[in-house]
Design a protein around this ligand. Structure first.
Ligand code: GDP
Ligand code: MG
Length: 386
């Protein structure tokens, strides 16, 4: 794999900090493009190998940011399409990260269109603001997110409140933002290591590209959980934490049991045993017997003794759901008692997920097992513009 095949792009101030964190912890140099409208982001951190910053819209905004207006963010990027083409190059796969709520993420749809025109497959992580942030930020996010579905190959919507989980109320706002940033950086970092350092059973950028584009749907919903464990029972414990993650219980749907495709990443040292892969595969098969499985492994000396498990569940339209063992009475498995929490989750475990409902803070309109708040093209599996 060529190092240029893979690119991490962040859009906006908060996403920039997370992208830098991923780069700082990566075992191999990675190419990161930080995009923002605010000069302060480029000046905030010392230079890092492989990381470049590009402040767009300076003619209109003079490096002062968008003032929270996402239309300003969108227009600013359109001004600079040509320069941006050069910055991006021609990666086969781009992981795009934005924290919705501000104005700069308004540039996302246009950025994703540029990537699609280049033939780059895109996996987008988009966070939704904390409820305490105010209505304007929530509105910005809930208007933008459905637009992203049409222009990215797979979309992980990540409510920050859910990412923080229980016990978040006692934190200061600064601690809460730091905590969610660390969880996101840890999850994306594992995914990156999996793609860039494949071993034996590789799931590299080209395979990921095929995986994402070889599908009739655009904007595939993806739900993501990870855990890192040590000890003799590390495979079972990681499996237990991931399977039990509340991140898979979304709007009354068990997104793991109902996944169409499950991408399983196992990152360990050279001490990884075949039986551990067997345990993980078997455990996931029991939860989602009808899903198609993809396995990738990454072995690094410094991981010896630990096992990190990343599971990404790619959704399918609810019209096409096969009940799994967690949905014995057919259809989608409802959440019981507000979803299960993984017990004994370790500090290194990070859980990412997404909400399929297109309206924030509104119960989904579910009729005959279909969530009518999901766009029709999405529910029916129609891929747009491809
Ligand atoms: N994970 C994380 N999210 C943040 C942080 N600060 C702000 N956010 C979230 O990011 C959203 C957008 O903020 P920002 O990226 O600064 O917007 P911009 O002004 O358009 O660059 C906010 O509404 C918050 O939900 C942070 O430190 N960490
Ligand atoms: Mg900003």
């Amino acid at each position: 794999m060529n190092a240029d095949d893979l690119l991490l792009i962040s859009v906006g101030g908060a996403a920039a900090g997370i992208a830098r964190d991923v780069a700082a912890h990566a075992a191999t140099p990675m190419r990161v493009l930080i995009l923002d409208t605010d000069d302060a982001t480029a000046q905030a951190a010392p230079p890092q190998a492989g990381v470049s910053s590009y402040i767009f819209g300076t003619e209109r905004l003079n490096g002062r940011g968008t003032g929270g207006d996402r239309n300003v963010g969108a227009g600013a990027l359109r001004d600079e399409a040509a320069a941006l083409q050069t910055q991006i190059g021609t990666p086969r796969l781009a992981v795009v990260l934005t924290c919705c709520g501000g104005g700069t993420s308004g540039a996302m749809p246009y950025l994703l269109e540029i990537l699609r025109a280049k033939g780059t497959a895109t996996l987008t992580f988009a966070t939704e603001p904390f409820s305490f942030e105010g209505d304007d930020r929530r509105r910005n996010a809930s208007n933008l997110l459905p637009m992203l579905e049409g222009c990215t190959d797979a979309l992980a919507r990540i409510p920050l409140t859910g990412l923080l989980g229980e016990g978040g109320d006692g934190l200061t706002a600064a601690e809460a933002f730091r905590e969610v940033s660390e969880r996101l950086a840890a999850g994306i970092g594992l995914l990156w290591a999996l793609i860039t350092r494949p071993a034996f059973i590789g799931f590299d950028a080209e395979r990921f590209h095929q995986f994402l584009v070889d599908h009739p749907q655009s904007g595939l919903p993806v739900f993501f959980a990870d855990a890192c464990c040590t000890g003799t029972d590390r495979d079972r414990e990681a499996l237990r934490q991931v399977i039990g993650s509340p991140r898979f219980q979304v709007a009354g749907i068990d997104r793991l049991a109902n996944a169409a495709k499950i991408l399983v990443g196992v990152l360990a040292g050279p001490d990884l045993r075949l039986s551990e892969l067997g345990t993980i595969r078997q455990g996931l098969r029991e939860i989602a017997p009808s899903a198609e499985y993809f396995l990738g492994t990454s072995l690094e000396e410094q991981r010896t003794g630990s096992l990190a498990l990343v599971v990404m569940a790619f959704g399918k339209p609810p019209t096409d759901v096969t009940p799994g063992p967690r949905a014995p009475e057919g259809g989608l498995r409802p959440i019981r008692g507000g979803g299960r929490r993984a017990k004994g989750a370790q500090g290194s475990a990070a859980r990412l997920g997404s909400v399929p409902n297109r309206f924030a803070d509104v119960e989904p309109t579910v009729i005959n097992g279909q969530n009518l708040d999901e766009p029709t093209y999405h529910r029916r599996g129609i891929r747009l513009k491809r």
